[in-house]
Design a binder for this molecule. Structure first.
Ligand code: NAI
Ligand code: MG
Length: 354
């Protein structure tokens, strides 16, 4: 079977980690011989913005719509304000394609150490489901000058019953398929008394349709403490766009490094293509040095293979990643001495040897 994949490496370490993943995908296609990926390589990045004044071409929706998936690196350049790069490239795709569920698994891979001394590998196996289209990142707000030195910026969080319902249905369906059938939902409905209270109400409504899943509620501040001190008490987590953004960086760090954490922006209806990317950004501090950890982007590609239905390839690749980590062949963010190419070569060799 052949799948159409849009490849958007983007900025900074994006092209480095996407390049690494594409190398492994070549090996998988050759070894298995059961599927083919038909790529369209897209230069939508800050370099394109410098040259042409735009991240996305006018016809970006037509280009992406027929694809089976979008494989994305990262966006962000030191010379472009981050709110511009994000809003001109990544957020329009998430919002216009209604990729309303951002799925972020975190677990401890063997050989990877948690910075928490008390955290054992069996303690940490989470999936964070992030609402990906509205909430605090709805893009609503503005700036007003009241007088010359008195300026107000408003940032409006939008929570619609419709979007809350669909993200809870999605989260319950994720929780239902996992052994522990446990869903923790995160809000801040003590201090924020409208949108967050609606979020709570809808949670309990939708919960009635999933009697086999145990649901519990956390306020986001207390949630950070629970993640650090009682990691084993959590399984599937659902939270708003902002809260889950923050909690997933924390989760990735507890699991060892942000350099291994994948993120899938999913349209569960499959009307539009879904995007597979890392949790991390373009990491300009290490870009160009060849030391970026490619595992987050590789794991994202594994999730992409699962999404399009190539489960064997996904399993083989994930096992190879785990074997490489267990052998200590890792980049400096995981305490290793390898570079991007070294980790990639090791993963390829394991797959080749099968
Ligand atoms: P970042 O995730 O790029 O980097 C945070 C820290 O983690 C840095 O010290 C970096 O070196 C390290 N790191 C990240 N990925 C790594 C990897 N694969 N291997 C080893 N170390 C890694 O976040 P930061 O610095 O806040 O943002 C940098 C740029 O990326 C900004 O322009 C930001 O807007 C953008 N960004 C883009 C995202 C996306 O495209 N999805 C997500 C987050 C940030
Ligand atoms: Mg983030």
């Amino acid at each position: 079977k052949t799948y159409k994949i849009a490849v958007i490496p983007g900025d900074g370490i994006g092209p480095e980690t996407v390049g690494a993943a594409l190398e492994v995908l070549e090996v998988l296609q050759r070894i298995l011989g059961t599927f083919k990926l038909d790529y369209e390589h897209l230069d939508w990045s800050s370099d394109r913005y410098f040259a042409q004044g735009k991240y996305l071409p006018d016809d970006w929706m037509e280009v992406l719509k027929p694809k089976d998936a979008i494989f994305f690196g990262a966006v962000g350049h030191p010379k472009v304000p981050d709110h511009i790069s994000l809003w001109e490239l990544l957020l329009p795709i998430r919002q216009r394609f209604q990729q309303y569920a951002n799925v972020r698994p975190s677990r401890m891979i063997k050989g990877v150490k948690s910075p928490l001394a008390n955290c054992k590998p069996e303690d940490l196996d989470w999936v964070i489901v992030r609402e990906n289209t509205e909430g605090e990142y709805a893009g609503q707000g503005g700036r007003t000058h009241i007088s010359q030195d008195w300026e107000i910026g408003t940032e409006l969080a939008i929570f619609s019953r419709y979007a809350i319902r669909r993200i809870f249905h999605f989260a319950f369906q994720v929780a239902e398929k996992r052994p522990r059938k446990l869903l923790t939902f995160v809000t801040k409905s003590n201090a924020q008394r409208s949108g967050m209270v609606l979020w709570d109400e809808v949670a309990y409504e939708v919960a009635k349709e999933y009697p086999h899943v145990t649901m519990d509620k956390m306020l986001v501040d207390a949630m950070t403490t629970r993640m650090v001190f009682k990691p084993a008490s959590l399984d599937t987590i659902v939270a708003t766009n902002l809260h889950a953004d923050i909690l997933s960086d924390l989760a990735a760090s507890i699991a060892g490094s942000i350099g291994i954490a994948p993120a899938s922006s999913i349209d569960p209806t499959r009307k539009y293509p879904s995007t597979f990317e890392s949790v991390h950004g373009s990491a300009p501090d290490i870009a160009g040095q060849g030391i970026a950890n490619p595992i987050a982007t590789m794991w994202a590609a594994v999730e992409m293979l699962e999404w399009i239905g190539e489960h064997d390839a996904a399993r083989i690749w994930m096992e190879a990643i785990e074997e490489v980590c267990a052998a200590g062949t890792t980049t400096p963010d995981l305490g290793g001495t390898e570079n991007t190419a070294g980790v990639t070569e090791a993963v390829k060799q394991i797959i080749e040897k099968r």
